[in-house]
Design a protein around this ligand. Structure first.
Ligand code: GDP
Length: 342
């Protein structure tokens, strides 16, 4: 998403050495003596400006327009590095590009207006100004380099797939279930505030793509303990989720009482209020107290008893998943345009 970011010195070295090469090439050509000095220096300065401008442009072109990204990625970038800081850094590169274009014109004219004897000193002056412009964007280049590192291994989301987010306390069986539902090894990508990263599993059912997302370290602990940015990391998932699988461990071998698990569910229901939830009681292969569990069932028709480890109840989950409708998140303005058309 972000290309390799050079330092100001690397940019200047490249610009200046290419400028020198271009001038050297011109040296072998027949040019009237009184013009030769300034033609050479003009070529040197103009080439340096162009090479540096090209470098900046290649960075600017490679970074996608943040506003055009899916809201999930906009949120992801915002939580990870800050959208405003990103825009500021790109704006600075754009600014430097503009100034270099200006210097290119200004010095090209200056060489033309002055005799060859002055060409070397004009060239030095131009190089000084070019260096000063490029050095001014040092912190912006640094920032983009940091952003590149931070945004590497972003999750690859299939926005056309029906997306199911798995939640529940640690050790209730989320990743075991994800593997049962999606088969192959899940994709593991970076996700802010998750130590193990986000896990994404894909499957197809009746020609429908489905992806399962597990976020260890995020949707597995009390939401009330979270700060604003951590909350944003959860809210980003709201742009994706078409349904939530909330997993209880009624055996409590995960180390958490059902009451605490239930409290987490209530918080998640509040955050994802628009999104349907399927409630799963896992580890049913272990002997469990039915009466005790029943206290925590609010929604019997959407509650299933499973054993992720044994694959027990997976087909019932799939039946529920088949009924899930992908939430249409097309922006309103697109809808209106289409309506006008018809
Ligand atoms: P996560 O932290 O929620 O992703 O939980 P894991 O999938 O890593 O499972 C935590 C532990 O519970 C592991 O030791 C699993 O083998 C075990 N486990 C998961 N599902 C079941 C199940 O259905 N029955 C039993 N007995 N153990 C399970």
């Amino acid at each position: 998403m972000i290309p390799t970011i050079p330092t100001p010195d690397e940019i200047l070295d490249k610009g200046f050495s290419r400028g020198k090469k271009a001038a050297d090439l011109l040296r072998t050509q027949k040019i009237p003596k009184h013009l030769k000095g300034k033609k050479l220096e003009e070529r040197r300065v103009v080439t340096a400006c162009q090479v540096i401008k090209d470098k900046l442009k290649s960075i600017l072109d490679a970074v996608p327009e943040i506003e055009e990204l899916h809201p999930f990625y906009q949120d992801y970038i915002d939580i990870t590095v800050g959208v405003d800081s990103m825009k500021q850094a790109l704006g600075a590169l754009n600014w430097a590009y503009g100034i270099l274009a200006q210097l290119e014109r200004e010095y090209s004219n200056k060489f033309k207006r002055n005799p060859s004897e002055r060409a070397s000193s004009i060239q030095r002056e131009a190089y000084g100004r070019i260096a000063s412009v490029v050095n001014k964007i040092e912190k912006d280049l640094d920032f983009l380099d940091f952003a590149k590192a931070s945004l590497r291994n972003m999750p690859t989301i299939d926005f056309d797939a029906t997306t199911i987010v798995i939640a529940g306390f640690p050790n209730v069986g989320k990743s075991t279930l994800l593997r049962q539902l999606s088969g192959a090894d899940p994709q593991v990508a970076n996700y802010p505030f998750t130590t193990k990263g986000i896990q994404i599993g894909h499957t197809e059912r009746h020609w429908k793509s489905i992806q399962f997302i597990d976020t260890p370290g995020l949707l597995d602990r009390p939401v009330l303990d979270m700060n604003d940015i951590e909350m944003n990391a959860i809210v980003a998932l709201e742009h994706l989720a078409d349904a939530i699988l909330f997993i209880f461990d009624g055996s409590e071998t995960c180390g958490f009482h059902l009451e605490n698990q239930y409290n987490l569910l209530k918080q998640i229901e509040k955050i994802f209020s628009e999104i349907p939830i399927i409630y799963l009681f896992n580890k049913m292969d272990i002997e469990q107290d039915e009466e005790y569990i029943n206290q925590f069932i609010d929604n019997p028709e959407n509650t299933l008893f499973i054993s992720a480890m044994d694959g027990e109840g997976i087909d019932k989950i799939n039946e529920k998943i088949d009924k899930i409708k992908k939430i249409d998140r097309t922006p309103d303005d697109v809808d209106e345009e289409e309506l006008d058309y018809y």
